[in-house]
Design a protein around this ligand. Structure first.
Ligand SMILES: NC(=O)c1ccc[n+]([C@@H]2O[C@H](COP(=O)([O-])OP(=O)(O)OC[C@H]3O[C@@H](n4cnc5c(N)ncnc54)[C@H](OP(=O)(O)O)[C@@H]3O)[C@@H](O)[C@H]2O)c1
Length: 291
């Protein structure tokens, strides 16, 4: 079985090391900037894996080297390795960034390595959650064609659904994930704050919101994202929208811009759904314009 080495003992690195180890891959070591992170990661993965803060020591031994640091550190780690290590011909380097291209591996490719990016379309908030969520995800593969087979093999081991993406399309692809996942978290936080402003405590607010959002997700799954749209814009309830704007102006004016931007976009969804008349759409757009 291929030997894997992980540099960057964070949430994704630890989750992937755990899952791939369970699928029979040998993990030769886990390295991180701080030894404590590497040790915690190795202990999570189990099986006496060596933890180190010397990122260079396992390079020679590994067939596949995962650089699972934060995105900004990847080029520096690549440069350090290419400056200080010998590279075996055909050694595969992987990163898991959704936005950075595999071109970042260029300095290592010049020394005979093959670089590829394999991005799990998943949110990994901790290794404990990561090992539950990553299996079966969509995986975006991009980079050197010579590593396609290995990338497909790794994705298969994670029961994932692979697809190939052009390097220059990666930021757009990643943007889609950020909007649906990260901005969604921001939306929930915003709703909880609004609940708190009307004396619904955060715990009760979150419980209520989770029930609401799960209902929405069920609808999206069953009838699709357009038909799942409900609410005042979908219905053309002009007075309700005016009520929101009145309340924001009085109590929380910093939300107005956000409401305007998402409101405009939601009008388009309602038109596509077919539930909003042209005249009501015009009226809502006028009201939003005047915010
Ligand atoms: N989290 C997600 O939801 C998610 C999903 C898909 C893809 N990704 C991608 O996966 C990669 C890792 O993300 P993550 O969320 O797992 O990040 P993370 O939890 O912040 O972990 C990054 C780890 O890299 C280590 N590190 C930073 N600079 C380093 C260096 N110069 N040398 C060695 N180790 C270094 C950090 O070290 P110390 O702790 O040792 O200081 C940290 O443990 C990123 O490319 C990200 O875009 C993340």
């Amino acid at each position: 079985m291929r030997k894997l080495y992980f540099i960057g003992a964070g949430k994704v690195g630890t989750s992937l090391a755990y899952l791939l180890n369970k699928k029979g891959y040998e993990i030769v070591g886990i390295a991180s900037r701080n030894l404590k992170s590497a040790e915690a990661s190795a202990s999570f993965v189990g099986g006496n894996i060596t933890a180190t803060n010397d990122i260079f020591i396992f390079i020679e031994e590994a067939d596949i080297i995962f650089i699972t640091t934060n995105d900004d550190a990847i080029p520096f780690v690549v440069k350090d390795i290419s400056d200080k290590c010998d590279i075996n011909e055909g050694q595969v380097f992987v990163h898991t960034s959704g936005s950075l291209p595999a071109k970042v591996f260029e300095p290592l490719e010049k020394k005979g390595a093959i670089g590829i990016s394999i991005h799990p379309l998943q949110t990994v908030a901790s290794p404990t959650e990561g090992i539950k969520n990553i299996m079966g995800s969509l995986f975006a593969i991009e980079g050197n064609i010579k590593a396609y087979d290995i990338a497909l093999e790794l994705v298969k081991a994670l029961d994932g659904q692979p697809f190939f993406i052009d390097s220059d399309k990666k930021p757009l692809y990643h943007l889609a994930a950020v909007i649906a996942c990260n901005y969604f978290v921001t939306l929930i936080n915003t709703s909880i704050k609004l609940f708190e402003s009307v004396n619904i405590d955060s715990e009760k607010g979150l419980t209520g919101l989770l029930k609401l959002v799960r209902g929405t997700i069920n609808n999206i799954e069953k009838i699709g994202p357009k038909q799942a749209l409900t609410g005042p814009i979908a219905r053309g309830d002009i007075h309700t929208i005016e009520g929101h704007i009145w309340a924001m102006k009085k109590y929380i004016p910093e939300l107005l811009e956000f409401y305007k931007v998402l409101g405009n976009m939601t009008v388009n969804v309602a038109i596509e759904k077919g539930s909003l008349s042209e005249s009501n759409a015009k009226k809502i757009l006028e009201i939003l314009k005047d915010i």
